[in-house]
Design a binder for this molecule. Structure first.
Ligand code: NAP
Length: 332
């Protein structure tokens, strides 16, 4: 296969970014069809491609189009399951933005459907795994010279959030990245999780608990402590430090020039996630295109999506109970 012909389902913010990537920027793919429940959104997606892009208003149509080799799902999370299940039924590879689905039960249904079909088809958009810095941390950890990881400290801070952002979204929308990324970095599964609420910031809207501290315990005995603070009022600030037996690996925010002016030394800080991880999206989708053309899935799997959902359920339960909650995913 020279060119992977892709159908994109959901033409909102990230959908349109991925259409541009798949059609114009990356090697070996083009977008041949788009679908969105809202005709204007679908048209906006198709306009990025050109007049020969087909527009669908239903999932069955785009998934079963014989011109479409593979699907990219960029609908809101609650609308991921239906197109993923349709793609599995049609035997077509499907890349879905995170989360795989919004409940652990729905994720398990996807895992079971994929396994029943006997072929790996699903990849989940956990793009941190494609970030250069995180990949270097993984190489250092896997290299063995730092010894056993003992604990990790992470921060996930944003400037502010929309009024529609609720307390549980600190887990399902925000911490979900660390849930997957730290499971991948440490090559381990979570056994227990807990949320401890910080003192509320005045910058949070009515009813939102912010910041929150999340604690993860793993099977091999590692502990991860994550600060989620989405109304920091200063920037998008992602940090990760892994403390090992033979040393410490620290992944700070990417560097910008430091300037000396007005009796101050200052350095700008990243303002949004799009800029911080822009290269990761390119690497993620380029690897997906290359793997898909070879008939392989090597990125975050449906099982990883299920693990993330089960872990998120435990954290959301702990937001109310305040105690350690057990996380149990069973066996693959
Ligand atoms: P968005 O702007 O709301 O886009 C979603 C699009 O899908 C909208 O055009 C929406 O229409 C449409 N849609 C809604 N229900 C649909 C359905 N049943 N079938 C087909 N289309 C439907 O959302 P977004 O910010 O692009 O986010 C989309 C997904 O990407 C989410 O799962 C999000 O978590 C994920 N995401 C991931 C990252 C990352 O870092 N990996 C970053 C951002 C977003 P309306 O707008 O008219 O409802």
């Amino acid at each position: 296969m020279d060119v992977l012909k892709v159908g994109v389902i959901g033409c909102g913010a990230i959908g349109r970014e991925h259409i541009k990537r798949l059609h114009n920027k990356l090697q070996g793919s083009r977008v041949v069809a788009v679908m969105d429940v809202f005709p204007e959104s679908a048209q906006r997606g198709a306009d990025l491609v050109g007049s020969d892009c087909k527009i669908y208003d239903n999932i069955e149509g785009i998934v079963n189009d014989s011109d479409v080799d593979a699907l990219v799902v960029t609908t809101p999370g609650f609308a991921h399951k239906e197109p993923i299940m349709a793609a599995i039924k049609a035997g077509k590879p499907v890349f879905s933005e995170k989360p795989l689905a919004t409940t652990a039960a729905d994720c398990k249904e996807i895992v079971d459907a994929e396994m029943a079909g006997g072929k790996k088809l699903v990849q989940v958009g956990f793009m941190r795994r494609y970030d250069k810095g995180y990949r270097q941390v993984k190489e250092l950890l896997d290299g063995g010279t730092f010894g056993k990881p003992l604990l990790a400290k992470c921060t996930h801070r944003a400037i502010s959030v929309d009024p529609s952002y609720t307390t549980d979204m600190a887990v399902t929308d925000t911490a979900i990245h660390e849930i997957d990324c730290m499971h991948w970095l440490l090559d381990d599964d979570w056994t227990q999780v807990q949320v401890i609420m910080g003192a509320d910031t005045k910058h949070a809207h009515e009813g939102l608990k912010d910041p929150q501290i999340m604690i993860f315990k793993s099977k091999k005995g590692y502990t991860v402590i994550l600060e989620v603070y989405v109304n920091s009022n200063f920037g998008y600030d992602i940090n990760c430090e892994v403390v090992c037996e033979e040393g410490v690996i620290n992944l700070p925010a990417p560097a910008y020039p430091t300037v000396r002016k007005n009796q101050m030394i200052s350095t700008p800080i990243e303002q949004d996630w799009m800029n911080r991880f822009i290269d990761s999206y390119d690497v993620e989708l380029q690897e997906w295109i290359d793997d898909t053309k070879k008939g392989e899935v090597n990125g975050p799997s449906a099982w990883d999506g299920y693990i993330a959902a089960v872990t998120a359920d435990g954290l959301v339960a702990s937001q109310t109970s305040g105690v350690m909650e057990d996380v149990s995913v069973g066996e693959t």
